[in-house]
Design a protein around this ligand. Sequence first.
Ligand code: F6P
Length: 368
Amino acid sequence: MRRERKVCNMRRIGMLTSGGDCQCLNATMRGVAKALYGMYDDVEIIGFEDGYKGLMYADYQIMKSSDFSGILTKGGTILGTSRQPFKLMREPDENGLDKVESMKHTYRKLKLECLVVLGGNGSQKTANLLREEGLNIVSLPKTIDNDLWGTEMTFGFHSAVNIATDAIDCIHTTASSHGRIFIVEVMGHKVGWVTLYAGIAGGADIILLPEIPYDIRVVSDAVNKRAKAGKRFSILAVAEGAISKEDAALSKKELKKKKEGKLVYPSSAYEIGAKLQEMTGQEVRVTVPGHTQRGGEPCPYDRVLSTQLGAAAAELIRKKQFGYMVCVKNGGIDKIPLEEIAGKLKYVDPDSDIIRQAKAVGISFGDE
Ligand code: F6P
């Protein structure tokens, strides 16, 4: 939907939300917008619909300041979002449209001073590409995964941890009634931050992360040890991308070949569950909170972080400091050049204090 208006001499700032959503996209846009409206009398915010797609196809709305009121606590994104894979950015669309040229054209036609991008890893790569192409970009670190390089924290992470922790808490009460193994599958294909935090916060007995490949015998021993000690149940927090030591040692091609003709499980949690049931003789149940982890209201921590990061992004625009992502550094708000972060992920370090401390209280990571 396009609401055209005559191009005037107003200062125009474009804004878009890109990739998987999280609870704090609206809270963060509100932070940017309120700070901009406070700085300038002549600012107009152009909201692109469904992420980079809106910039490509010139689908946008001219936002009113009232659009940013009452959205601090509202999950989702008032602009809509979509995944536009970075690796396809240089490929024409189905009608032969050059996506990058088209985004540049929209930016220039609208006489934007800057484009504000709220996005995760892939979206930051595209933001950097647009910077290289000469656009003024300020970006903000969005993702429940907390896997963006160059920032200690992303907005969305703590809200997702709260939901995943609630799921484990709920499983705890039912687990205490039944003598079973319960697996809660937590979001995170490549990194395990949400699983690690929710697992510790929810008192999981075993936590399996993509960064720490597991040995199923070690996992099953940990469950059996609990059963021998008289514990009626065991709870596992398993990341979507949890992987066995054997599989982690294989190349992508070898892994594909190994899985050919084998039973296909809906996800790794189900595969682990099936193996554990066979190895321990205990009943297993799998719970997948899935996209609930990205839904609902942002938690208070995230509302504060979103507001701080939003205001900091507006400040960069005021100072004409473009080509940066606002970030959290040493507990404070800072900025980092886009070229330094693009394409890098922040993984859980298996030798970090948090892993050592979790092991010290008896949590098994299935590795030793
Ligand atoms: O990147 C955020 C995330 O929620 C991941 O944790 C999850 O693996 C993925 O997105 C799910 O993606 P989609 O919403 O496209 O299914």
